[in-house]
Design a protein around this ligand. Structure first.
Ligand SMILES: Nc1ncnc2c1ncn2[C@@H]1O[C@H](COP(=O)(O)OP(=O)(O)O)[C@@H](O)[C@H]1O
Ligand SMILES: *[C@@H]1O[C@H](CO)[C@@H](O)[C@H](O)[C@H]1NC(C)=O
Ligand SMILES: *[C@@H]1O[C@H](CO)[C@@H](O)[C@H](O)[C@H]1NC(C)=O
Ligand SMILES: *[C@@H]1O[C@H](CO)[C@@H](O)[C@H](O)[C@H]1NC(C)=O
Ligand SMILES: *[C@@H]1O[C@H](CO)[C@@H](O)[C@H](O)[C@H]1NC(C)=O
Ligand SMILES: *[C@@H]1O[C@H](CO)[C@@H](O)[C@H](O)[C@H]1NC(C)=O
Ligand SMILES: *[C@@H]1O[C@H](CO)[C@@H](O)[C@H](O)[C@H]1NC(C)=O
Length: 668
């Protein structure tokens, strides 16, 4: 009885021992992530297990290897000389290349007699072999390569393939990466675009068939394997072998990940629980694609900002150069110029291009785009838009007249309350520059006499030769411009009219320039051809004397009218003493005398005494002789000077021609 119990006890003991012994031999394992596997899996090289459980075989370091192997071997054969048992494994991996369309090396699932590969090479050797032992049957290495580079030395088929390797990097069989779907259609897969994929490797111990199957994650195992060969592994695998992964980096940085892995000998590997797999890390910003993806919001923002700026720029520009054409302007369309052109012509109305500024606004020099014609742009700001239409109409109609002694108007442009008048550029500027205050350049008498005749002829044209009587209203030295041949040309007419149009009809404003203003003009408030003649008379005296119409005596501060001053010389018996000393000796006495006397005659206070421009022209051209006048014939003069003096006391009045356009009401 006791003996029987003892044998039963020993039987159980030996059974227990047996089962204890066989349980020490690993037959299968399943890792849904590699957290807490330090005891069963060891890593070498640059391989690491990340805290989230992902097995990272390689990181972004060049020319290194990374290995991860089970620490305990697997028994593949029941006896050392036996056949290899069936086995099955599946794993999930992902490969991330620094460069979107390129990858350097791949990775491999490895069954090897040793867990360390101290002499193995990186790059194309995947950390498994080196140049001398590649292809050596004593390696006893079985591997499934997921190769992402094409090595001609290993007869690789492309840069993205799966192959079965035995003792060598030269695959026994390989296929482009992909899978056969349910309809037996082949689908390409890209191994290295950081997409997770699953691999199955199955070996049938009886038929010696090796199947390697690849599929995108969650796709399930395709029925048809990708690579399949029949090969007895008995001579390749030893009895106990180590299982693991090997990978290497080349010159293009690549990361290789294994997310989950299961294995079984003599049976099918248990399926992985995909939901438990560790997450792939977010892509590293070094990759080109990663760069764009991470920076996308920033890039988008930049684009948006750029776009907004562009739109703003365009809108501003459009607003800046917007043409406002009012209904009434359509009839003047062909005389209207584009603001944009004028803006560019004058380089944005730069001060550098400023020719001068008068009472109505600034005048800029410019060069028209395309035609490259030189122009002078006058910017007139007009507070009241009233009367603008009439003014533009008049300006345009006057602009249509062409006379060699009138500054041609090219066109106009209107913008809000601003009127831009565009004239031919007169390269020699205005007459006043040649007359007063010891000018740098002066004109000799011949030139001056020519200019006087030119102005007279221009004024005569306005008064009598054109369709209607045009009163210039602002004849003065600064409105006489000299063209390239020093011909005198009248400019600026009509502008004073603009002020009149815009004003309250009850209080007619007188516009003109002091010193040129006829007494009858400011008495009646009405300009006439006679008032133009008066101003022309003053201009004659200026040209002959080189003095301002009104000069202030340096010591007494007394204002002296030019006409009075000249008259004084005449009374004293030598009118020629009034002539401009800058004239030198080259002058025609008779002409100078005639001009001085004509000047006095024209600027007579009594409009009845003044000649018409027709007569003036006759005198100047020598077609008629100026009547032999004596000072007494022009006695009316004094009263004029008295009026001026009386007036000047009660108004702010400075000397010189720049007292332009003072406005006073006719009520006085
Ligand atoms: N067509 C032109 N060509 C060249 N210069 C001009 C032209 N028109 C005007 N200017 C210059 O611009 C200055 C100012 O002109 P303007 O406004 O007519 O003066 P003002 O009002 O005193 O008559 C003038 O002194 C002249 O030098
Ligand atoms: C790669 O891994 C190794 C080992 O963990 C480490 O020493 C190295 O700094 C890592 N390199 C990079 C670029 O992360
Ligand atoms: C295994 O085979 C080798 C030769 O191939 C032989 O020497 C050895 O005795 C064999 N062992 C067994 C247990 O059969
Ligand atoms: C593995 O390699 C190491 C060093 O190269 C060696 O010492 C060891 O014996 C090898 N083990 C096996 C099982 O071949
Ligand atoms: C290749 O590896 C073997 C061991 O597997 C070693 O003996 C040999 O020296 C290595 N060759 C090179 C070139 O490193
Ligand atoms: C799959 O890849 C092969 C070469 O690798 C190519 O010839 C074929 O056109 C690809 N098929 C598809 C659907 O992209
Ligand atoms: C990666 O490749 C797979 C198969 O080739 C494709 O389905 C997937 O869209 C690709 N992913 C990216 C991010 O390009």
């Amino acid at each position: 009885m006791f003996f029987k119990l003892l044998t039963i006890f020993f039987f159980f003991l030996s059974f227990f021992w047996q089962s204890l012994k066989s349980s020490s031999q690993i037959l299968d394992f399943t890792y849904n992530g590699f957290r807490d596997t330090q005891a069963s899996i060891s890593t070498q090289g640059i391989a690491t297990v990340k805290p989230n459980g992902i097995l990272k075989l390689t990181n972004f370091t060049r020319l290194k290897t990374g290995h991860a192997f089970c620490t305990k071997p697997i028994r593949f054969k029941d006896s050392p000389n036996g056949t290899v048992s069936s086995f099955s494994t599946t794993f999930v991996f992902a490969i991330h290349s620094e460069i979107l369309m390129l990858s350097s090396n791949g990775m491999a699932f490895v069954i090897s007699p040793n867990t360390s590969f101290p002499f193995s090479g990186p790059s194309q050797y995947l950390g498994l072999f080196n140049i001398t032992n590649d292809g050596d049957n004593t390696n006893h290495v079985f591997a499934v390569e997921l190769d992402t580079i094409m090595n001609a030395e290993f007869n690789d088929i492309n840069t993205n393939h799966v192959g079965i390797d035995i003792n060598s990097m030269k695959s026994v069989k390989s296929s482009p990466a992909g899978y056969w779907d349910e309809k037996d259609q082949f689908k390409n897969l890209t191994l290295f675009n950081l997409t997770r994929m699953q691999v199955w490797v199955d070996y049938d111990g009886l038929t010696h068939r090796i199947d390697v199957t690849l599929a995108p994650l969650r796709n399930g195992k395709p029925r048809k394997p990708l690579v399949s060969i029949v090969r007895d592994l008995s001579s390749v695998l030893l009895q106990d072998m180590f299982l693991g992964f090997s990978s290497a980096t080349g010159n293009i940085l690549t990361e290789h990940y294994v997310l989950g892995w299961s294995f079984r000998v003599k049976g099918e590997a248990s399926p992985l629980d995909l939901s438990k797999l560790p997450k792939l890390p977010r892509m590293r910003p070094t990759g080109v694609r990663v760069f764009y993806e991470k920076r996308m919001p920033l890039i988008a923002l930049l684009f948006i900002i750029l776009f907004v700026f562009l739109v703003r720029f365009i809108v501003r520009r459009r607003r800046k150069f917007a043409e406002e054409i009012e209904d009434w302007e359509t009839e003047f369309k062909k005389n209207r110029l584009r603001f944009k052109d004028l803006y560019y012509a004058t380089k944005g109305f730069k001060d550098k291009n400023l020719l001068g500024s008068g009472g109505f606004g600034k005048v800029y020099r410019g060069i028209m785009p395309i035609t490259e014609k030189e122009i002078a742009v006058k910017r007139v700001s007009n507070e009241s838009r009233q009367g603008l239409k009439e003014f533009v109409a008049e300006i345009v109609s006057i602009g249509q007249m062409s006379h060699r002694n009138i500054v041609p108007l090219i066109g106009y442009c209107r913008r809000r309350d601003e009127l831009l008048l565009v004239y031919d550029y007169m390269p020699n500027g205005s007459l006043d520059k040649y007359l007063y205050d010891s000018p740098k350049v002066t004109l000799d008498w011949k030139q001056r006499f020519k200019v006087i005749k030119d102005v007279a002829s221009g004024l005569f044209y306005l008064h009598e030769e054109w369709e209607q009587v045009v009163i210039h209203r602002d004849v003065k030295a600064s409105n006489v411009l000299l063209d390239a041949e020093l011909n005198g040309r009248l400019g600026d007419f009509g502008l004073s009219q603009l002020c009149n149009h815009g004003s309250n009809p009850k209080t007619t404003h007188i516009v003109g320039t002091w010193g040129y203003l006829a007494p009858d003009h400011w008495r009646t408030g009405r300009p006439t051809t006679g008032t133009d003649v008066f101003a022309f008379g003053v201009l004659l005296l200026e040209v002959a004397c080189g003095r301002h119409p009104i000069e202030v005596h340096k010591n007494s501060g007394e204002r002296v009218l030019l006409a009075d001053w000249v008259y004084g010389f005449w009374v004293d018996g030598n009118i020629l003493n009034a002539k401009d000393p800058n004239l030198g000796s080259e002058y025609d006495q008779k002409e100078v005398e005639m001009v001085l006397k004509l000047g006095l005659l024209c600027s007579h206070s009594d409009p009845q005494v003044r000649p018409t421009m027709r007569q003036v022209l006759h005198y100047l051209r020598g077609d008629a002789m100026l009547p032999d006048l004596s000072p007494l014939d022009l006695r009316g003069r004094e009263s004029v000077s008295g009026k001026y003096h009386g007036f000047s006391e009660s108004s702010t009045f400075t000397t010189g021609s720049s007292i332009a356009h003072s406005i006073l009401s006719s009520g006085r």
